[in-house]
Design a binder for this molecule. Sequence first.
Ligand code: NAI
Length: 273
Amino acid sequence: MSATLQRFDVRGLACVVTGAASGIGLAYAEVMAEHGARVSLFDLNATGLQAAGQRLRAQGADVRTAVVDVTDRAALQAAFERSASAHGGLDVLFANAGIDAGPGFLTPGNERNPAGSLEGLDEAHWDAVIATNLTSVFTSLRAAARLMKPKGSGSIIVTTSNAAIINEAIVGTPYMPAKAGAASLVRQAAMELARYGIRVNAIAPGPFVTNIAGGRLRNPADREAFQVRVPMHRVADTEEIKPLALFLASQASSFVTGAQLVIDGGQMLGRVD
Ligand code: NAI
């Protein structure tokens, strides 16, 4: 193997993925497990978690699962500690769990949508999006910093979104500040943790077909509403995020920190009809 390819080696690394039962988090867990890392999968969804854990173990991976709600700070901290005891510390964290944005102030058909307007927004949904998509990133970063600092090394990857950078009318309003906040937290943590050998980066996806929002990108009308906003005129498969995850988790990205890597088929560049 070339010296360059060797830098992608993650064998034996202890890794935690939050929101690992489905979609992008499952892809992170799969790519790390396939390449020999020891992976702890955290998720609320016990059934999905069990299925993912069994499948990866059947392929010979050293995988544990923990049913945990990332918005429960004490439970999340305890899950990190149990995982570190079982896997000999923590080398890589994917802080990925996230929930649906809710309705945008425009429908995919470009109609005004009262349920997504500032006046109509459900306050409970606002609170849930901030708790899951932003505050849990802080809780996860803190737990990881506690475990990684004594080792003097580590890589933390946060799933943000291109919505951290560009606003989108058909995506729910609470998602924008939550993801922009997570992106800012990544940069702040990268500055603080660099001296301890810990790198912190973000992956900012555009539309990927997952189970988020009821798996709406599998629905042709919804998919088209997103595709027309993407210069590559398609949505993505979660397989496409795996190489980027491996890059950021490994020494292949040894001088990359505080970065937000966008993977969105050019959606950030603007609409091209
Ligand atoms: P998904 O719905 O397929 O997977 C999310 C997983 O997180 C689920 O297994 C769910 O049970 C888990 N989860 C949700 N709340 C949780 C909680 N409180 N505690 C523990 N686990 C919880 O969705 P997807 O798309 O894979 O989302 C992953 C991340 O990617 C999210 O942060 C999302 O905002 C982000 N993202 C997704 C995009 C997409 O188009 N799919 C685009 C940009 C960002």
